[in-house]
Design a protein around this ligand. Structure first.
Ligand code: ZN
Length: 469
């Protein structure tokens, strides 16, 4: 043995024939989990299986952070794919989505989020950032427990084993020129003080694998004074700060009309951005804005399946990548729930637009593999989005892992060096046979132990939510 010792009786040793360490596949990797903390204690490539180790059946990848989720929208996936009028766009979708939001009780949210989080684990995500604005009861009054909806999300995370970054959302007005919320936005109302109180309550609950930051819904939904006040209150706090920024051209136009600046331009001029800030849907960005965000160290969260579903538009992926921007992936409205499919769609949008192949690859930087470059960037960028200093297979990072299913049709017989390429571009359906979070396998044989019961409860909740009035 080469010195990788089973230090205590409770530590766990894993060994994989190949694992993603330091941005590439490495062979014969032993990993030791510190049982007390659920973090990696040691990662050592190029060793034979140590005595007492559990040998994993396939290549090992770190899980990805899902950096943008509205869990309740899982109940709406697949139910907005019909057009009844002349036009259907983001804004008509949003009106229908609000109708779902108004029907969601804490019990329904828990059932929907539990199903979603189980699916996200199956899809290769081990942490999810909840951009949570469904604060109050359907009539707009606070619940007796103001965190009733947050607790539903925390119970869902606890039941499935996924890590959760809860981001209570500041939501104060319907638009740049509308000082109040719309009637159908009454559940979202909050202010800076309540937002910080809720964040602190989530942190004080100390639920394992749950942390908290904050979010600002968007520049249109929060006045500049509130953003400034929040920014001052967050000085010295390490938690992430997320906001929707430039998803739709109409919100770019509204921002220009109201402030004389485009949304990202306004943000760069008025907020001291840093690595805590996460710009969700920085879709409509000029070259100067992209370079400015890259220099600030802020992250950008891209949600390919939702952005495609809502007709948002394509962002300039080569420019974001080339500028060195910190990038991560979100599944947002949850029409897609697997990260390999998100990476494929991200690349395919560029191929279709530019009529070229392997747009995200960078052979000049010795990164010819598109999937590897995208995956590595999202792996790196997910950490700050979820408030982690370390992520992946390195000592001190949380011990999360995915075991690739070598029996998945798209991976059968593929050379080990091309497993990630085949996972992203040639594998349809689920491809992870085991998923671990914080040192424990939460999913084995491709499913959670409680998967059937979770699905049954979700189906019953859907039947109630969608019962004819
Ligand atoms: Zn969103």
């Amino acid at each position: 043995m080469t010195g990788l010792a089973n230090d205590t009786l409770h530590d766990t040793l894993l060994w994989a024939p190949q694992a993603w360490v330091d941005g590439r596949w490495q062979a014969g990797v032993a990993l030791r989990i510190d049982a007390a903390s659920g973090l990696w204690a040691e990662v050592r490539p190029d060793v034979p299986p140590p005595p007492g180790t559990r040998v994993l059946p396939g290549p090992l990848l770190p899980g990805l952070v899902n950096a943008h989720s509205h869990a309740f929208q899982r109940a709406f996936a697949g139910l907005a794919e019909r057009r009844e009028g002349e036009n259907d766009d983001f804004w008509s979708w949003r009106d229908r989505m609000y109708a779902v939001a108004l029907r969601m009780s804490p019990e329904a949210l828990e059932a929907v989020a539990t199903q979603l989080y189980a699916e996200l684990l199956q899809g290769g995500y081990t942490q999810v950032c909840e951009f949570h604005y469904l604060h109050h009861a359907p009539d707009g009054r606070p619940y007796p427990d103001p965190l009733a909806m947050s607790h539903a999300l925390m119970r869902a995370a606890g039941a499935t084993g996924i890590g959760l970054t809860l981001l209570p959302v500041l939501y104060q007005r319907a638009g740049f020129t509308q000082p109040a919320l719309r009637e159908d936005q009454r559940r979202f109302a909050t202010d800076v003080e309540r937002l910080l109180t809720w964040r602190d309550s989530v942190r004080a609950a100390r639920q394992p694998c749950v942390n908290a930051g904050v979010a600002i819904h968007s520049l249109r939904a929060a006045p500049a004074e509130a953003i400034a006040r929040l920014q001052r209150a967050l000085e010295g706090d390490a938690g992430p700060i997320h906001l929707h920024i430039a998803e739709q051209t109409a919100e770019v136009d509204d921002c220009l009309a109201a402030t004389g600046r485009r949304p990202i331009e306004w943000l760069l001029q008025n907020v001291a951005l840093d690595a805590r800030w996460q710009l969700v849907h920085a879709t409509h960005a000029t070259a100067d804005e992209i370079d400015g965000v890259a220099r600030s160290g802020a992250g950008v969260v891209i949600c390919p399946s939702t952005e495609a579903n809502l007709g948002d538009g394509l962002t300039d992926v080569p420019r974001w990548l080339g500028a060195g921007t910190v990038l991560s992936i979100g599944s947002d409205s949850h029409v897609g729930r697997q990260w390999p499919a998100e990476l494929k769609l991200l690349e395919y949008g560029q191929r279709l637009q530019l009529r070229r192949r392997n747009v995200a690859a960078a052979p000049q930087a010795q990164q010819p593999a598109t999937a590897a470059r995208l995956y590595q960037r999202m792996l790196h960028g997910g950490a700050p989005a979820a408030g982690f200093a370390r992520w992946g297979f390195e000592p001190g990072a949380r011990a999360d892992w995915l075991v690739l299913d070598l029996q998945a049709p798209g991976l059968l017989g593929v050379p080990a060096s091309h497993a990630l390429d085949a996972l992203v571009f040639a594998t349809e359906g689920l491809a992870f046979v085991e998923v671990g979070v914080a040192g424990h396998p939460v999913l084995r044989d491709g499913a959670l132990p409680a998967q059937a019961a979770i699905a049954q409860r979700f189906a019953a909740t859907m039947a109630e939510l969608w019962a004819p009035a």
